[in-house]
Design a protein around this ligand. Structure first.
Ligand code: SAH
Ligand code: SF4
Ligand code: F3S
Length: 420
């Protein structure tokens, strides 16, 4: 039986795309290899969001392509960088057999067989059980054109998956054993299939029998409406977590970024969430060193972080991407300044996250166990009803179960439960 191995970079959408392709390969008789060395087909799923993300993928692709001939391996490059660079990638790195752009993945079932001729798979096999938590893309692409962002160019126009199709996919996942689904989209709250908006979709998915939890990501602040916030508050399966990227605390910079909200709009949204869903985890993305960002603009991002006190944040240094509007703006921060601002912001947030996690000691949380902790025997990883990772010591196999556990301690970014 032929085998495959996936190396996935980038966001959850890429993880979902890799899962989708893996399932299609399973159905065509492939099996998963333990490492890329043992695989007949190696697939690298790439990200273009920052220069560094592309460099990491390129390094990996070069490594794999060097040894593949001797092992008679087939190498496919898929995803956002594959979309951006297209066939020039094949010319640049000899040994790549296929380049499949992000826009094609959604329809890959139709073209996949023609790619598989030299991989020798025929037998149809049932993919078997689903993991306890599964990503379900509900909309793809993005029309927001934030001025720094490559995603609209590599993922294309925004379009929603019809609600009945989403519902079928959720049911299929639940029948395979999933307890939790994450509804995915670059801009998921602007979901609209013509008859159903995002809060309505949540209501519909909430009714799926045996599904225990629903998550979603990512929310653009302009689409995170009061209707949505109230819907989350009303539906007990909706996890108490909203990822609401702010990007900057300065209204002037938000304008240059084309984010369509001000600092005050954002803070009002936070207050609305806190009012209707007390105790919800709110997380964010932010970047430093956007063209024109002064030290005062940066201080506004810091003060916003201190004011909101996010549970956690992803923080980045601005990276110029060709084709985007910001690529034409004059960069005003040196790399050194960007680094210094990024460290300061990370330090500020790390303190907040640590304090927050420490305050969980002695409390009870509800955990969905998703996998075995690889490095520690008899430890299991899970997530609570918000966004926190929880490590649970237990001798039995408890994967896929939902448990109430007491928190013994925190390691800063992970909660550790009492032994059960
Ligand atoms: N669709 C999501 C996330 C897109 S990419 C959203 O709208 O928030 C994830 C994060 O990468 C973004 O939130 C942003 O903080 C960061 N990012 C995107 N483009 C970037 C760039 N050119 N340089 C640095 N960070 C960037
Ligand atoms: Fe990029 Fe903005 Fe779209 Fe997010 S909303 S994917 S940051 S353009
Ligand atoms: Fe990267 Fe593409 Fe996601 S550029 S962040 S993998 S949509």
């Amino acid at each position: 039986m032929p085998t495959f191995y996936f190396q996935t970079f980038g966001c959850q959408m890429n993880v979902a795309d890799s899962d989708l392709l893996a399932e299609l390969l399973y159905r065509r008789g492939f099996r998963k290899a333990a490492s890329h060395n043992d695989a007949d087909l190696v697939v690298v799923n790439t990200c273009s969001v920052r220069h560094h993300a592309e460099q990491r993928a390129l390094t990996r692709i070069r490594e794999i392509s060097k040894n593949k001939a001797a092992k008679k391996q087939v190498l496919w490059i898929i995803g956002c960088m594959a979309e951006r660079l297209g066939e020039s990638l094949e010319r640049e790195i000899p040994g790549i057999d296929r380049v499949i752009g992000a826009k094609e993945i959604e329809h890959i079932d139709k073209t996949l067989d023609s790619y598989l001729r030299n991989c020798g798979a025929e037998e149809i096999v049932d993919p078997g059980t689903k993991p306890a938590t599964t990503f379900i893309p509900v909309m793809r692409g993005c029309d927001n054109y934030c001025s720094y962002c490559i995603v609209p160019f590599v993922r294309g126009r925004e379009h929603s998956v019809p609600a009945n199709v989403v519902e079928e996919r959720v049911k299929h996942a639940v029948e395979g054993g999933a307890k939790e689904v994450t509804l995915l989209g670059q801009n998921v709250n602007s979901y609209d299939d013509g008859a159903c908006d995002f809060p309505d979709l949540c209501v519909r998915i909430h009714a799926v029998d045996k599904l225990k939890r629903i998550r979603f990501t990512t929310s653009h602040p302009k689409d995170c409406s009061e209707k949505l916030i109230k819907t989350i508050a009303d539906l007990p399966k909706m996890c108490r977590h909203i990822h609401l990227p702010v990007q900057s605390g300065s209204t002037r910079i938000l304008g240059l970024m084309n984010r369509k909200y001000t600092r005050d709009d954002y803070l009002r949204r936070i207050n609305l969430i806190r009012k209707h869903i007390p105790g919800a985890d709110i997380t964010t993305d932010a970047m430093v060193g956007f063209p024109g960002e002064t030290i005062d603009d940066f201080r506004e991002t810091l003060s916003l972080f201190e004011e909101v006190r996010f549970t956690a944040a992803f923080m980045f240094a601005y990276s110029k991407r060709d084709q985007t509007q910001a690529a034409a703006m004059k960069e005003t921060c040196t790399e050194k300044e960007k680094k210094a601002r990024l460290s300061e912001l990370i330090e500020c947030q790390t303190g907040i996250t640590r304090a927050y996690y420490d305050s969980m000691r002695g409390k009870n949380v509800q955990v969905l166990i998703t996998e075995r902790q690889k490095k520690k025997d008899r430890y299991w990883m899970g997530r609570d009803f918000g966004c926190r990772n929880v490590l649970v010591p237990c001798k039995r196999d408890i994967s896929g179960t939902i448990l109430n556990v007491g928190i013994a301690k925190s390691t800063g970014m992970t909660l550790v439960a009492e032994r059960i």
